[in-house]
Design a protein around this ligand. Structure first.
Ligand SMILES: Cc1ncc(COP(=O)(O)O)c(C=O)c1O
Length: 391
């Protein structure tokens, strides 16, 4: 049996919606963009939604629209996909990594608090780095694997220190957090957030992303920045700032719309596949499984196991591959040890021990909305067989 790591979710309506776009004059922009953005607003509860050509483009626009640039710091996690910190670097700003917490591998509130208290001091109403002179502008938590980060804590810090919060919710569309009894979708709690819709995500547009925010100014800037710096009021060939072509096409939006309408079903399918794996794998002593706390409801992006002994991980992955099962060491290496960053950032091995340790021990198993019970049984049985043989 071949079991892929991921398989995109598709719905019957997709063909009708895409045909509808093709039979209209509006294949680039047009009504489907609006319909897709409205559907995102409706399900996420965000006031504004701005679709973009990718999650990376959406994050980049947010960095720009918050005026984060040279001589600015943004605190984020080293345990993420590289786009999270690349967008900070695109603008000449500096990613300041803080380690993750052990349990869910999200940015650690305690590490962020320590870092701010130790390395920054007030200057002219701003937090200035005592060593580099840079100004701390924002915290960018990532809801890694779709599991919501500790937003209540980050909001408190942001309020206390006058910082912005950009949520990288690329992996967390449809994940919820209960804060003070109120259920909120991850991505809608900070000043702005981003969902991504690559083929392996809970909902896909092929390629695409969306900014969600409650702030009018962020939305206005995002609309202009994604559209070559045009403003809504100016003519098509008048550009009021240097912008980008970061627009989503109507074809992608139609695909997305056909999926967003199914979100509750997608969430339930992914959650039951997650718990089925937890049941099937719960008796393996050599691995640790992720679980969910009461204050969150996760639309899991991936299914991760954590080996107790790092040496076993790659051997098991090779064994599974021979048996037709795709896996990925998601994320190895952590960002501060990426070749591209070793050349330009001052970090070294040992700086973020929890991220580094997790990187050596995690493995993503096949997991997607339509995964079949027999596929999960085959993966679990083969994983047990591998561990039995390789121990
Ligand atoms: C945490 C995180 N941030 C950002 C991105 C970038 O999204 P995209 O691939 O749509 O540019 C991804 C994509 O996988 C991601 O996982």
């Amino acid at each position: 049996m071949h079991v892929p790591l991921s398989r995109p979710y598709k719905t019957e309506e997709a063909i009708d919606y895409i045909k509808d776009v093709l039979s209209s004059p509006y294949v680039s922009s047009g009504p489907y963009i609006n319909r897709f953005e409205e559907s995102i607003k409706k399900v996420s509860g965000a006031r504004y939604a701005v679709s973009c050509s990718s999650g990376t483009a959406a994050l980049h626009i947010l960095i720009k629209s918050l005026n984060i640039g040279e001589n600015d710091d943004v605190i984020t996690t080293p345990f993420s996909f590289i786009a999270t910190s690349n967008v900070i670097l695109y603008e000449g700003a500096n990613p300041v990594f803080c380690d993750v917490e052990e349990r869910h591998l999200n940015l650690s509130y305690d590490r962020v608090k320590d870092c701010i208290e130790k390395d920054y001091a007030w200057k002219n109403g701003k937090l200035q780095n005592k060593h580099t002179g840079r100004i701390l502008q924002a915290i960018m938590p990532v809801h890694i694997y779709g599991y919501p980060a500790y937003m209540k804590g980050f909001k408190d810090l942001a309020q206390r220190y006058g910082l912005k919060i950009i949520e990288d919710a690329a992996e967390a569309f449809g994940s919820y957090i209960y804060i003070d009894g109120k259920k909120q979708m991850a991505g809608t709690i900070g000043d702005a957030g981003v969902y991504a819709f690559y083929a392996n995500k809970q909902i896909t547009t092929g390629e695409g992303g969306v900014i969600v925010t409650g702030e009018r100014k962020i939305m206005d800037d995002a609309l202009s920045l994604r559209n070559q710096g045009r403003s809504l009021s100016s003519k098509w060939l008048i550009h009021e700032r240097i912008g980008y072509n970061y627009r989503m096409s109507a074809l992608n939006a139609a695909l997305g719309l056909s999926q967003v309408e199914h979100l509750p079903k997608v969430i339930e399918k992914r959650r039951s596949a997650f718990y089925r794996y937890n049941q099937l794998l719960g008796d393996i002593d050599e691995i640790e499984l992720f679980t969910e706390e009461d204050h969150v409801k996760t639309n899991w992006f991936v299914y991760i196991i954590r080996f107790k002994k790092a040496e076993l991980r790659d051997k098991v992955a090779t064994y599974l591959k021979e048996k037709g099962i795709e896996t990925r060491p998601y994320f190895d290496p952590p960002l501060h040890l990426q070749p591209a960053y070793r050349k330009i950032l001052p970090y070294k091995e040992g700086d973020f021990p929890i991220s580094e340790d997790a990187s050596r021990r995690v493995l993503a198993l096949p997991f997607f909305t339509g995964i079949k019970e027999e596929e999960q049984i085959y993966v679990s049985k083969t994983l047990k067989e591998a561990i039995g043989k390789l121990l």
